[in-house]
Design a protein around this ligand. Structure first.
Ligand code: 17E
Ligand code: FE2
Length: 419
């Protein structure tokens, strides 16, 4: 296959990308005088090529359940957890039902150019149905999308009966990543103990870590320092992610200064979830209302890895969501005051390479000679316009095969001065 006349992310000029036997064989300069063709040529007409989008944080076991057994009226995290907990009792999902919902959400994500997904799965459920369902989905979708599974103790490691045993069992069953939720444990001490247990289990079973950390507007919620400390002591920062960390938006600057030095030293990753947390946080404020978003701009300036995720598609926590990360990015740039020109033109890293780093994707990520031919084409010729217009993904190519194609809508104004 030949992808002719491509714009490459962050690179001047126009390029031809040759693909053979599932790999990118070469990337050469395009010239309009060339009449090169190949048995399968797609003329990209200068459209933007990126590595596939990475969704670093979604709850696929919960997607498409909003409204059952009831809607979240307060819009708080805590009502969301309460509703989910009730649902587990009054509405026993079958494994097939969980798999169907997860596949529908993956379908939405794939349409928007995602090929790598990290999903949390609630394991505070002795039936392990969610985990079993997602482990099966992971195998079934493997040729087209890489799925990582986080064993997530939604109701706490110590606040839920046998939480610790359930978490360890999930790792034996095949979860890839160990989760935690320290701000939901009964006490600060239990929260600290839960972070230590999560990281200890990850070390023991050779897994990664992704902790729901400080997802609350409480400036006293400081579990992220414990995550950084434990990761640092074991030298496993690159394998460790702190998700949400919304309390960071409420920390005082003197503490944040000290904290950032430690975060940098520890090398841990961050996932910001702007849509979910603009919705969930600030709910106990009248005015002024906090944004409740982690310090994305400052983390990036401190050379700490941050990426963006969606978190939810119609679940007890968030009523909207469609799997489109460019929309998440656009909202995140607003929420984090990252609308300077340089912020915008470099923002795609938040849903591509930074996500790949957080997920520790070792193999072949990036549009480079010798790598797997996994890439997406966006319907625009610039990074800036892709975000401004939230341009659709025209092609998603996986192992040299076009797995998703979009025909963009055409709108015409029938008034001469506008046409
Ligand atoms: N569970 C949680 O603790 N926090 C969230 N934002 C979601 C699920 C979606
Ligand atoms: Fe989450």
């Amino acid at each position: 296959m030949l992808l002719k006349n491509a714009k490459l992310y962050g690179k001047a000029g126009r390029w031809n990308i040759y693909i053979k036997d599932e790999k990118i064989v070469s990337i050469t300069s395009f010239s309009s005088e060339d009449s090169i063709e190949n048995d399968q040529t797609i003329d990209l007409e200068g459209k933007l090529v990126l590595p596939p989008f990475v969704e670093p944080h979604i709850h696929l076991d919960c997607v498409l359940t909003a409204g059952t057994p009831r809607w979240n009226q307060s819009g708080t995290l805590f009502e969301g957890i309460q509703i989910w907990s009730e649902r587990k009792v009054v509405f026993q999902d079958t494994k097939e039902n969980i798999k169907n919902r997860a596949l529908k959400a993956l379908n939405m994500q794939m349409k928007h150019g995602i090929q790598h997904v990290r999903t949390h799965v609630d394991i505070t459920d002795p039936s392990f149905l969610g985990l079993e369902a997602l482990l099966e989905v992971k195998e079934e979708v493997k040729p087209w999308v890489d799925l990582q599974i986080v064993a997530f103790p939604q109701e706490g490691i110590y606040a839920y009966p046998n939480g610790e045993e359930l978490l360890e069992e999930s790792l034996k069953m095949g979860a890839d990543v160990v989760g935690g939720i320290p701000h939901y444990e009964f006490t600060r001490e239990d929260g600290v103990r839960s972070v230590k247990k999560t990281i200890e289990l990850a070390y023991k079973y050779n897994k990664m870590v992704d902790i729901h950390c400080d997802e609350i507007d409480d400036e006293q919620s400081r579990f992220v320092e414990v995550v950084a400390a434990e990761a640092y002591k074991l030298g496993m920062g690159e394998l460790v992610t702190a998700s949400h960390t919304t309390a960071m938006g409420s920390y005082n600057d003197a503490y944040a200064y000290k904290l950032f030095k430690k975060l940098k030293q520890s090398n841990i990753n961050f996932v910001g979830l702007p849509k979910a947390n603009l919705h969930l946080q600030g709910r106990f404020d009248s005015y002024p209302k906090r944004r409740g978003i982690t310090r994305v701009k400052e983390l990036l300036e401190a050379d700490i890895n941050v990426c963006f995720g969606l978190d939810s598609i119609m679940d007890p926590w968030y009523p909207l969501g469609d799997g489109n990360l460019i929309r998440v990015l656009e909202m995140g740039l607003h929420a984090c005051h990252m609308t300077g020109y340089n912020d915008i033109v470099t923002a795609m890293k938040l849903i591509t390479t930074n996500g790949a780093k957080a997920l520790h994707l070792k193999e072949d990520y990036g549009v480079k000679e010798g790598n797997k031919a996994n890439l997406i084409v966006i319907d625009t010729d610039s990074e800036y316009e892709a975000i401004r217009c939230q341009s659709p993904v025209l092609y998603s190519i996986r192992n040299g095969e076009v797995i998703v194609e979009t025909k963009p809508a055409i709108t015409k104004i029938n008034i001469p001065i506008f046409s």
